[in-house]
Design a protein around this ligand. Structure first.
Ligand SMILES: *[C@@H]1O[C@H](CO)[C@@H](O)[C@H](O)[C@H]1NC(C)=O
Ligand SMILES: *[C@@H]1O[C@H](CO)[C@@H](O)[C@H](O)[C@H]1NC(C)=O
Length: 347
């Protein structure tokens, strides 16, 4: 690539070198203290080959200006430069040859660049390039992260070290790692996870109820089915059941049975009224309702007995009688109705 090398040289060494090795007048005059700046020791100054002895020629040696150098002598190879990789740009490593110095990943030169060229000088040393220092503010980026069907990613940083997190649309489940990281080499740490559709199995029946749904072998996440209860059963829970994002159904409701009030010969407090059992329709109360019975006080110190309330709650067909409740006998109920426990004065 005959045109490539000078082009790179101009890009990377903007301060340029107008010097040519043929001794033309574009070579700069000798810099007074070049060694201090570049570590270069200058050879004898000259204006033409005749000024030089032996096989030396009068050639342009960068900041040293026109100097007596031996063009065939080489600079050392291989070269080790801290935190950098080196590569010869051509087979030769003699006077004027160029060496490409590339900082290792995570390192940069003070001018922010990662590559510089070094020249084989007349003193048979490679010219010094800026040192590769740890890149404290990484400025390299990854390409936009890969997309995934039925999902999306969040996380704004595509810088090295930055992370993006994937989520799937509703009804899809993520397979693989949900996070990928932009690595030092400006590649993402892995492929995008995939989003696969989620299905629920058939939701099944409930006791004493009906399922209202299109019959299928599997249901998509987000699909709804409904439940109804048989007559006289009360729905406990939501009648709407959803196929959830993890492939399970939301809780199914229960159908709760009514309770038969397990007493006959006294009044009870029900729905705010004191009623004989016969006054309660069908003698039954709904699941969850409270029935308050009356018990006789057993306090011996009192001259007269009295009644006190004892509530009980209907749960799915079962209304327990309070332990203190005594059902009046047929005789008590028919002959002395005013003396049954629910009718005597309260304590
Ligand atoms: C499925 O998701 C629901 C709601 O997000 C949750 O309550 C339930 O515990 C999950 N079940 C399983 C098996 O992960
Ligand atoms: C019995 O009744 C008396 C008088 O009313 C009262 O002081 C006492 O606490 C009662 N005892 C019980 C066990 O209810």
């Amino acid at each position: 690539m005959p045109h490539g090398a000078p082009f790179v040289l101009l890009l990377l060494l903007p301060w340029g070198s107008h010097c040519t090795t043929d001794g033309s007048n574009t070579c700069p005059v000798r810099w007074e203290e070049p060694a201090e700046r570049t570590g270069q020791s200058c050879q004898r100054s000259c204006s033409q080959d005749r000024d030089c002895s032996g096989r030396r020629q009068c050639l342009c040696d960068e900041d040293c200006g026109l100097s007596c150098v031996t063009p065939g002598r080489s600079c050392p190879w291989p070269v080790r430069i801290e935190n950098a990789e080196t590569r010869l740009t051509q087979a030769s490593r003699s006077f004027g040859a160029l060496l490409e110095v590339t900082c290792q990943p995570g390192f940069k030169m003070a001018n922010g660049q990662g590559v510089a060229l070094s020249r084989c000088q007349g003193d048979r040393k490679w010219s010094l390039t800026a040192q590769c220092e740890r890149d404290l503010i990484p400025s390299s980026f990854c390409n936009p992260p890969p997309e995934t069907a039925n999902g999306f990613h969040s996380g704004a940083s595509y810088r090295t070290g930055g992370e993006v997190r994937y989520k799937c649309k509703r009804g899809y489940q993520l397979d693989g790692s949900d996070t990928i990281r932009c690595q030092e080499n400006q590649e993402w740490s892995g492929p995008a996870p995939t989003c696969r559709p989620v299905f629920c199995p058939p939701p099944g029946d409930i006791a004493e109820g009906y399922l209202v749904a299109v019959e299928k072998t599997q249901y998509r996440a987000g699909e709804l089915v409904y439940y109804l209860c048989k007559r006289n059963y009360l729905l406990d829970g939501s009648n709407r059941v959803t196929c959830q994002g993890n492939g399970t159904w939301s809780p199914r409701p229960f159908c709760r049975a009514r309770c038969t009030v397990p007493a006959q010969r006294s009044r009870v407090l029900y729905q705010g009224r004191k009623l004989w059992i016969q006054e309660i329709p069908e003698g039954q109360v709904q699941h969850g309702e409270t029935v308050t019975f009356y018990c006789r006080s057993q306090n011996q110190t009192q001259s007269q007995t009295c009644s006190y309330p004892a509530p009980s709650r209907c749960f799915d067909g079962l209304l327990p009688l309070p332990a203190c409740y005594d059902e009046p006998t047929w005789l008590q109920y028919n002959l002395f109705p005013q003396r049954v426990v629910s009718e005597i004065h309260p304590c």
